[in-house]
Design a protein around this ligand. Structure first.
Ligand SMILES: [Zn+2]
Length: 135
């Protein structure tokens, strides 16, 4: 069985451990994660499989932080084709952030369209809306 990176927030250490997949069904869908036990304190430690970009490992692991500093130093930019291959995890994370921003933008546009549909036929309101939303 393979090993993956874990971080124990109690002991503050990185470790490469074997793991078990676990999951739970929520109204919004199934969430999956890999779990292991810390080599030192034996506390349960997790890595998210779904919602990967929310995995606390990214913000806490010293090893992940070192990797971030390293790729910043290498000056390989995220839009460089080599980036995806060299830093698959960071690439994934950046993509997740980009996706979230993209969705936010689409929501804004939809909100604007809905407002226009509802009030756009009324001249006075249209004037107000055009100021508010830059129609
Ligand atoms: Zn520990």
């Amino acid at each position: 069985m393979g090993k993956i990176s874990f971080w124990c927030d109690v002991c503050k250490i990185d470790q490469e451990n074997t793991y078990m997949k676990n999951w739970c069904d929520y109204p919004s869908g199934r969430r999956e994660w890999n779990e292991s036990r810390c080599i030192k304190c034996k506390k349960k430690i997790l890595r998210y499989i779904t919602q990967r970009h929310l995995d606390p490992y990214w913000g806490r692991s010293a090893k992940a932080k070192r990797e971030v500093i390293k790729y910043e130093k290498d000056l390989i930019q995220p839009d460089d084709p080599r980036f995806k291959k060299l830093y698959p995890r960071q690439y994934e994370r950046l993509e997740a952030v980009k996706e979230a921003n993209e969705k936010k933008k689409l929501d804004e546009i939809k909100k604007r369209d809905d407002m226009y549909k509802r009030f756009g036929h009324n001249t006075d309101r249209r004037k107000i809306l055009s100021k508010l939303y830059n129609f």
